[in-house]
Write a protein that binds this ligand. Structure first.
Ligand code: F6R
Length: 247
């Protein structure tokens, strides 16, 4: 696991965008696993800026997103479809046929989980998976549990996640209670994982997840076992990681 220290949010975004950009430049038909939330917004802006300057070309890239709320239409302003469209897809030359998210409106859970899992495997797996980190150690919407999940599944969101995400909704009552998410195995099979993290409020969970025990009660801790993980965090998020820590 490599831990890269960035000065601040902008620096974190630029460093993370550099890794994604290198992936796409070296392998133009890469499959990128993407995340939503506040953390990656700066990364998407930086990538869009480089695209506009002609430094990066997404025409052959395929993207698969980690998760989507259950019951929100793609047009709903808090859906992850909407987020991706407005924060990233609208600003680069990704082909719409090459961008995938779980279908939050599919009521047949088993059908949707099987479809999205099969789609990822049919693409040949993920070259680089971008992740954020939840305050409770979740990655995607894999919440703390007594086992590690496998493939795409429907989860019940925890109170902590509902509370954290209510800032995007009118009230906590409006936050969907369930979501489709890639499982831990789906994420773990990515060739390379890039976890971006920012802010003092994440410092404790960064230390617990990456210096503590590997346990499904802290889902992100499993990343300690992956052969190619890059944690890119700003000073605040990495403030509890001793300089020079070997992880
Ligand atoms: C988003 C996702 C979540 C977020 C995490 C951190 O697709 O899967 O795991 O990455 O909740 O969210 P932010 O970046 O808003 O702190």
């Amino acid at each position: 696991m490599k831990i890269i220290r960035a000065k601040n949010y902008e620096d974190m975004s630029r460093k993370a965008a550099n890794l994604i950009s290198a992936q796409v430049i070296l392998k133009p038909d890469s499959v990128l696993g993407l995340a939503t939330g506040s953390t990656p917004i700066g990364i998407y802006q930086q990538l869009a800026e480089w695209y506009k300057k002609g430094d990066i070309d997404f025409s052959e890239v395929t993207t698969v997103n980690l998760d989507e709320y259950y019951g929100l239409t793609p047009q709903h302003h808090q859906s992850y479809h909407y987020f991706m469209q407005h924060e990233f897809f609208d600003h680069v030359n990704l082909s719409p046929e090459h961008t995938f998210l779980p279908d939050g409106m599919e009521q047949d859970h088993e059908k949707e989980c099987t479809r999205y899992t099969a789609l990822i495997y049919a693409l040949g797996g993920i070259d680089l998976q971008l992740l954020g980190l939840g305050h409770n150690g979740h990655i995607g919407f894999n919440e703390p549990s007594d086992y590690f999940s496998t493939d795409v599944h429907l989860v019940n969101l925890t109170e902590s996640t509902i509370h954290a995400n209510q800032r995007f909704f009118a009230s906590a009552d409006d936050v969907p209670r369930q979501a489709y998410t890639m499982g831990i195995r789906t994420i773990f099979l990515a060739n390379r994982i890039l976890l971006a993290v920012s802010g003092k409020d994440k410092a404790d969970i960064v230390r617990t997840a990456f210096l503590g025990k590997v346990t499904p009660t802290i889902p992100a801790s499993i990343l300690q076992l992956h052969p190619d993980v890059w944690i890119i965090g700003d000073e605040d998020a990495l403030s509890e990681i001793p300089k020079g820590a070997v992880v």
